[in-house]
Write a protein that binds this ligand. Structure first.
Ligand code: AMP
Ligand code: MG
Length: 480
């Protein structure tokens, strides 16, 4: 049954594109992807072993399968780049990509600034002056303009303007105060002490030390951040430092999503015979939000061509449409056919990957479509591995591809050749090494055993068993 309450379009605070913007022409270029034509060789292990039943079924029913790497490449080539922008308060722009060049309107620092708590003085006097007379105390925030004469210095705080006559700051810890009686060390705090005292310098710093010169970081008119720069926390500080309160960023996509299946019931309702809770829709919603996109639930869709057609047609009005379930080989797995009939170009449908083999990627106009296998592990992983990079492309992320790390397996892993294995793992730093502990589960439906995974080990298709201690590539989970 369709959940009418979840059909309402959600409004969130996120910067989301209006639906279906113009696509960049470069992006429309057809990928040069060659679908690897499936042959019996491919699904047979290199050691000549027979493949399992699943693989036999696969060979008989489909001719086009692509590798994990090719799927990744294809998504990066064919994903649609968003064009809509949004103005966000700078602290809410973290993770977005700049849609404008940020020019500094000011010199930074705007004045010669002390980088230490200490004393500002003229460097060439240190050989002739035994003890400098303190004639001013300058705090951060004081107006520039304090003056010192010969043999004099100014007590100065970090961030305070350096007197024009001074060229060096000596840190307070390299000095000692003398009281009014010559040569007797003052017991007071050199920073808090009053003016009119004298101070002796010990290790003299080099000329110019501990002064940040006017404009040495950036000059007015120069670029602080380029268009296309990914905003992280440091960039938020840069934006604030040049006086910005809001910033123009590329908006995230509006993503329609639906779970297909007659057996699905929303959490909170009673389960009837043969029914299970719809866990994919909630997982997808949380992943969509984490990926800085806006979710629009289409509810649960029945495994009937009419219902699917209706909901998919609605979903094709968004920047992206995600469907869970109904993409495998069963009699009621109608999604690929309905997509095709609605004019979606299916770019790939089957992957030489375990889990989430029947993942589908298609495009219609400016809408990207993903069909994610319904098993809950597959849905979450397929979002992570295939949908998330497409969202990053949409959001103009400068490095949309996932980052690979290396880790050492703490246990042996069994696997057949022919399909790359995505292995749920816990990655942790132990004795100076990144260790990957695989989490055993009984299949793609078993989300319970792998809760807590933070990494996906990538075991190449040609590898058979992998021994304990082998260093393998992995990706962090949920790096959106
Ligand atoms: P399918 O991909 O539609 O063949 O579904 C594969 C398996 O995943 C079946 O056992 C389904 O019951 C289960 N499944 C499909 N959709 C969901 C969902 N939204 N939430 C939880 N399990 C699901
Ligand atoms: Mg189904």
């Amino acid at each position: 049954m369709t959940d009418s309450t979840s059909q309402a379009t959600e409004s969130t605070n996120q910067a989301t594109s209006s639906m279906n913007h113009a696509t960049e022409s470069t992006n429309q270029a057809t990928s040069s992807m060659n679908h690897a034509t499936e042959s019996t060789n491919r699904a047979t292990s290199s050691t000549g072993q027979a493949t399992d039943n699943t693989d036999r079924a696969m060979i008989n029913t489909t001719r086009t399968m692509i590798s994990f790497e090719e799927a990744q490449r294809t998504i990066l080539e064919r994903a649609v780049k968003g064009t809509a922008t949004a103005d966000l308060p700078i602290a809410e722009a973290t993770g977005y990509v700049l849609a404008e060049r940020i020019e500094s309107g000011i010199d930074m620092p705007p004045f010669d600034k002390s980088a230490m708590d200490g004393f500002a003085f003229r460097h060439d006097e240190h050989t002739s002056v035994n003890a400098f007379r303190i004639v001013a105390t300058i705090a951060a925030g004081d107006r520039p303009g304090a003056q010192i004469g010969r043999g004099e210095c100014a007590r100065i705080m970090t961030g305070a303007p350096v007197p024009a006559e001074a060229d060096t700051v000596i840190p307070v810890e390299d000095t000692s105060l003398l009281d009014s009686r010559e040569g007797i060390p003052d017991s007071g705090d050199p920073v808090a002490g009053g003016n009119g005292e004298r101070v002796r310098f010990h290790s003299i710093p080099s000329k110019g030390a501990h002064i940040a010169l006017h404009g040495e970081d950036i000059r007015a008119g120069n670029t602080a951040l380029d268009k296309g720069h990914l905003i992280q926390h440091l960039e938020v500080a840069v934006l604030a430092a040049v006086g910005r309160r809001t910033v123009k960023v590329y908006a995230g996509p509006s993503i329609a999503f639906a779970a297909t299946g007659e057996e699905l019931v929303e959490p909170g309702s009673e389960l009837g015979p043969g029914q299970i809770y719809n866990s994919n829709a909630s997982a997808l919603r949380s992943q969509i939000l984490a990926a800085k996109a806006t979710p629009h639930s289409l509810g649960v869709v029945q495994d009937k061509a009419d219902d699917l057609r209706h909901k998919i047609a609605e979903g094709l009005r968004y920047d992206m449409l995600l469907l869970s379930g109904g993409v495998s080989m069963g009699k009621y797995d109608l999604v690929p056919d309905v997509l095709r009939k609605l004019g979606v170009e299916i770019i790939f449908h089957k992957l030489l990957v375990k889990p989430a083999k029947p993942t589908l990627f298609g495009v219609k106009g400016k809408t990207m479509v993903f069909g994610l296998p319904g098993n809950p592990v597959s849905t979450v992983y397929a979002f992570d591995q295939y949908v998330a990079p497409a969202i990053r492309v949409f959001r103009r992320h400068p490095k949309p591809q996932a980052i690979h790390y290396c880790g050492k397996l703490t246990e042996a892993v069994n696997k057949k050749t022919g399909r790359l294995l995505l292995l749920p793992c816990v990655c942790e730093w132990v004795d100076g090494q990144c260790m990957l502990t695989p989490l055993a589960n009984h299949g793609s439906a078993d989300i319970f055993s792998i809760a807590g995974a933070n990494a996906i080990g990538i075991i190449p298709s040609e590898m058979k068993g992998v021994e304990k201690g082998t260093v393998v590539n992995f990706r962090k989970l949920y790096e959106y």
